[in-house]
Design a protein around this ligand. Sequence first.
Ligand SMILES: [Zn+2]
Length: 372
Amino acid sequence: MVPPFCPRPGCVHHLAPTEQSWYERDGYHETSAFGRVARFRCKTCGRNFSTQTFRVDYYAKKVVDYREFEGLLASSMSGRALGRHFGLSPDSVQNRVDRLSRQVLAIHSHLRSLADPREPVAIDGFQSFDRSRFFPNNITISVAGDSRFLLEATHASLRRSGSMTARQKARREVLERTVTYEPRAVERSFAELLDQIARDRPPRGGQPLVLVTDLKKEYTSALETHALGSFGKGMVARVLVSSRKPRTGWNPLFPVNYWDRELRKDQSAYRRKTSCHARNASNGMARFWCYARYHNYRKRYLIGSHIDDRRKHADVAGILKEARFGLEGLFYQARAFFSRSSLSTAGMKAWLKLYPTPGTDWIGRVPAYALD
Ligand SMILES: [Zn+2]
């Protein structure tokens, strides 16, 4: 194997080697999971590395079939059930989810910038919870019109509201002694989604941006203070739809309503009255992204269409097959690097596991190699 680049982020050979003989061979070492592994050394920065450094299974002690893992994860299998199927501990299951989610964030960041920017973008919040029902969350998602291709997602923890019994109110009071809630979390979430739209599909002459949202006033104030809000009405149009309108295919919010249904149906953590909910917000978002990649790039666009219609949501979103296949061939094998992935704000938060879980000071564990 020829090493493709130097794994040290600051090295001149990191993004692309600047000369052919930038590395030298440095023998081999034996591993129980992967057999004999070739070692190398960068002649410029002195970094030692091996063929394993570039594999998605770097530092893993057990090999799993990631394609199968992803398929089962996207088909409502819970973490414990995945552990039993693959012979992994709960921590090892999460470790594989994290690895897969970083692959997803890297490839999706690149491919979604190639989607046809003319489709309208529907944005709304998906409600679930972390830890317990006392800690509801809001996963704001943006989905491209007819293709139902998920563009971006981010997470916010909200204070539990709505009707509660006196006992539930007392319980909430006790739990909230250790919790501080992020102010204006819904505005911040919406602004992060706008950031990705502004970067990858900015409005230009003859190509206005159409945003479809419900009437939340948080969205209005976030748009007013965002760079996209300074464009004139002819460049950025916001279609407002009451969330009380019937959730049919004719509703302009259908793309996000569709994702709402799919997530509830396909993810054990999002089922109603489930015991499989997320215990940690960042771990929950890692699972979310694995599902999003499966849905965008592997699942058929229309289940009811002709059997020969193999289009995926990404195809309908206008991402050319050549662009996809070049990257997807490496998806389950070649490790994505943080420094080489053009991540969005929300993408970075998911990769670095920066979504806090209410009532804990534990954000998420990210191994040192995942920061390269
Ligand atoms: Zn180097």
